[in-house]
Design a protein around this ligand. Structure first.
Ligand SMILES: NC(=O)c1ccc[n+]([C@@H]2O[C@H](COP(=O)([O-])OP(=O)(O)OC[C@H]3O[C@@H](n4cnc5c(N)ncnc54)[C@H](O)[C@@H]3O)[C@@H](O)[C@H]2O)c1
Length: 435
């Protein structure tokens, strides 16, 4: 199938690089977003998200006239939906006495509705947003068929998940293998013809529900593996074992690869997507649900351990939290377990000063982010390493010592060398290490 013009709905971390990449690979692209700030920033030559290489790519796409941005869709050969699919903030489901989160599909619904007036026979629509199983056929298809056209005979419909890594999005967009699941074979093939404009990785064709499951399975697999590492860290502490040593030894087994424990799982993918499976089939997803609960409870485990350093009473204690992002070397704070730890420390009466090298001017209600490391540690009793950002991991304890009155250190990510810190005069504690 031939494509000349594509409309990309949702210009965030996924939609904007995708729109630009189509535009720099020979297609006319209309980028659509309902957020006026996004549209005005892009129209003024700026970008509203931070991703290496994106600014240049946007400039290249817009200056050539191949990418234009709009607040609503228009006629095109293909439509791509790349809008957010978070979980609902307030509402929760319950199955067998255990709570689970619910997918917020309002953006997908309204994006699909916005396409209806422009849908023509022969068009292709691709949903890229991470979605619960059968969203393409049960939610998107009926909305689009409100146009009077039928998916299959009249227009193509496919699901194609995005698997890019923030920080590497522009390279991975073209290099990663891509799954394209059609509601029928011609839809999958139409999707392949579209993405062949820039995808250099393998393109795998399947049906739309399999493609939805694949994406959810990938992130669920990660979540469960982190959950077992986190649970091992609790058991190790109970039994007087050093989890880091135990994992290192276990991983010498040729078929074992245990991940590292930490303060929990965050971000908008791994901590969200497994819930979509739990919500869709709570009776069948007990392990997935349990893993989510283990990871969500891990900040509590970290704080319980820290409390023991102060005789189980944190009232009035001064603590410095180093790192707030949901993982190392990104500026993304969404669903970050580090922020959870900070809030729990505060709820327990501690006064917490935070340092996050990637975020200077973001305001998180109730969380005090200091402009420099020195500001965060100059009046404290305990340094807590919460995110293994390289800049923090590489701190020289000998140089930290004169900057702080703290002599206690708690490493929640296994990022610091215990011997170096102890040699410099600190007393070192670590997640998952029993006394
Ligand atoms: N960011 C990632 O690394 C990543 C990786 C894989 C998958 N995903 C998935 O991709 C999807 C998009 O994620 P993102 O990170 O790009 O989200 P984002 O929040 O960065 O951007 C989404 C954009 O869509 C816009 N939007 C919302 N509703 C709209 C509508 N009806 N019409 C037009 N625009 C609308 C928002 O204003 C926003 O600018 C999600 O389902 C996410 O789970 C994201």
């Amino acid at each position: 199938m031939q494509f000349k013009k594509v409309c990309v709905i949702g210009l965030g971390y996924i939609g904007l690089p995708t729109a630009c990449t189509f535009a720099t690979h020979g297609l006319q692209v209309v980028g659509v977003d309902i957020n006026p700030h996004v549209i005005s920033t892009l129209k003024n030559g700026g970008i509203h998200i931070s991703e290496p290489g994106l600014r240049l790519l946007v400039q290249e796409a817009t200056s050539s006239g191949s990418l234009v941005v709009r607040d609503s869709p228009e006629d095109a050969d293909a439509f791509i939906i790349a809008v957010p699919t978070p979980f609902l903030e307030v509402d929760q489901g319950v199955y067998n006495g255990r709570s689970h989160r619910l997918a917020d599909m309002r953006a997908v619904k309204s994006a699909a509705e916005s396409i209806v007036p422009f849908l023509r026979a022969g068009n292709l629509v691709v949903l890229e947003s991470t979605s619960p199983p059968r969203t393409t056929i049960n939610l998107v298809q009926p909305i689009l068929e409100g146009s009077g056209l039928k998916a299959g005979p009249d227009f193509h419909l496919a699901y194609s998940p995005e698997r890019v890594l923030p920080g590497q999005i522009i390279r991975e967009l073209t290099e990663n293998a891509r799954v394209i699941g059609g509601i029928d074979r011609p839809s999958a093939e139409a999707g392949r013809d579209l993405y062949l404009h820039f995808v250099k990785g393998e393109i795998v064709l399947t049906d739309s529900t399999t493609a939805e499951m694949v994406k959810l399975m990938e992130n669920t697999y990660r979540d469960i593996n982190i959950a077992v590492a986190n649970e091992f860290s609790r058991l190790a502490r109970r039994f007087g074992v050093d989890i880091w040593e135990a994992i290192q030894i276990a991983n010498r087994h040729p078929r074992v690869k245990i991940l590292n424990p930490g303060p929990g799982v965050g971000g908008h993918c791994i901590s969200v997507d497994p819930w979509f499976l739990v919500e869709a089939a709570p009776d069948l997803a007990e392990l997935i649900s349990a893993a989510r609960h283990v990871n969500d409870a891990q900040p509590h485990f970290v704080v319980d351990h820290i409390k023991t350093l102060f005789g189980n009473d944190l009232h009035g204690r001064r603590v410095s939290a180093l790192g707030l992002a949901f993982k190392p070397d990104v500026d993304d704070l969404r669903e970050s377990p580090a922020i959870q730890v900070v809030k729990l420390l505060q709820e327990n009466g501690a006064m917490v000063h935070c340092y996050e090298p990637y975020v200077q001017d973001t305001v998180i209600p109730g969380v005090m982010i200091m402009p420099t490391l020195e500001d965060a540690i100059h009046d404290t009793e305990l340094l807590v390493l919460l995110v293994g950002h390289k800049a923090i991991r590489d701190l020289d304890p000998g140089q930290v010592l004169p900057l702080t009155p703290a002599r206690l250190v708690f490493d929640a990510v296994g990022g610091w060398d215990e011997h170096l810190w102890e040699k410099s005069g600190f007393t070192f504690y670590k997640l998952g290490v029993g006394e």
